[in-house]
Design a protein. Structure first.
Length: 261
């Protein structure tokens, strides 16, 4: 369900009832008569819905992490906040940018509408910006022919899957941890049709892609357990929702409260 559209419909309905009562119904109602229940509820909820709609549309929006594709940065069950204005002010529902404030940068954790089904929101890390040559071969990332620095840490134990993964710190403008499974082949994707697929070259060792104008190349931090731009292609600018910046709750681990990279 498109929650933004649902909120907009509620806002319009309750606002219309409020205006109707203010300028029509109230004048024809006896002074001691009670408001009809539907008028009373609409007038009570209208300001609340208006505040929620404005906050969610232009300032911050909450999301819950549903999958392990961003482990260890984000865990399943994390509730996060997404900054809706970092990359510009967009019209609610239509998602059309009306005020330009900035662009996604390499290393940002970004929420966007999945290109293959815009009703679904995805979250990944921005790896390539327009014009970048992104190469991911033998599980090592290179941007514009410059290898991205990595250093290995102790292995990571997934509490959900009860298995170890290799863990690294990758410096992609910011330091962040990534996971890799040594038993998973390095090549993934290829053979799938998506816009600007000709910009990518696949082989068994990985891929090389040139990011087209107005698009972004994104990857999950859990590199071998993430469906991302390697599989379904680039994220167009019009699909961007905002930049994730804060973990505010995880019912399974209250210590998760705080910011992340």
């Amino acid at each position: 369900m498109n929650f933004a559209l649902f909120l907009l419909v509620l806002l319009l309905l309750t606002g219309a009832v409020w205006l109707l009562d203010k300028y029509v119904l109230r004048k024809n109602r006896p002074a001691d008569a009670k408001q009809p229940w539907w008028v009373e509820y609409s007038i009570s909820f209208f300001p609340v819905i208006l505040i929620v709609f404005l906050l969610r549309s232009f300032l911050v929006e909450p999301f819950k992490i549903p999958s392990s594709s961003m482990v260890p940065t984000l865990l399943v069950g994390d509730f996060i906040l997404v900054n809706k204005f970092t990359y510009g002010i967009r019209l609610p529902v239509a998602n059309k940018k009306i005020i330009h404030l900035g662009e996604p940068k390499r290393g940002d954790v970004m929420v966007f509408r999945w290109p293959e089904d815009p009703s679904l929101d995805y979250i990944k890390r921005v790896v390539g910006v327009p014009g970048d040559k992104v190469e991911y071969r033998n599980k090592r990332l290179t941007i514009n022919d410059t290898p991205v620095p990595v250093r290995q840490l102790s292995d990571y134990l997934s509490k959900e899957r009860m298995q170890f993964s290799q863990r690294f710190v990758e410096t992609l403008r910011v330091d962040h941890e990534i996971l890799q499974d040594p038993d998973t082949p390095p090549g993934m994707g290829g053979g799938r049709s998506f816009p600007f697929a000709d910009n990518c070259n696949y082989n068994v060792n990985g891929l090389t892609c040139t990011v087209p104008a107005g698009h972004y190349f994104v990857m999950g931090d859990n590199r071998d357990n993430s469906s991302d731009s390697r599989v379904w292609g680039f994220v167009p600018d019009e699909n961007i929702v905002g930049k994730a910046f804060f973990i505010w709750l995880n019912l399974n681990d209250l210590g998760r409260f705080g910011s992340f990279h």
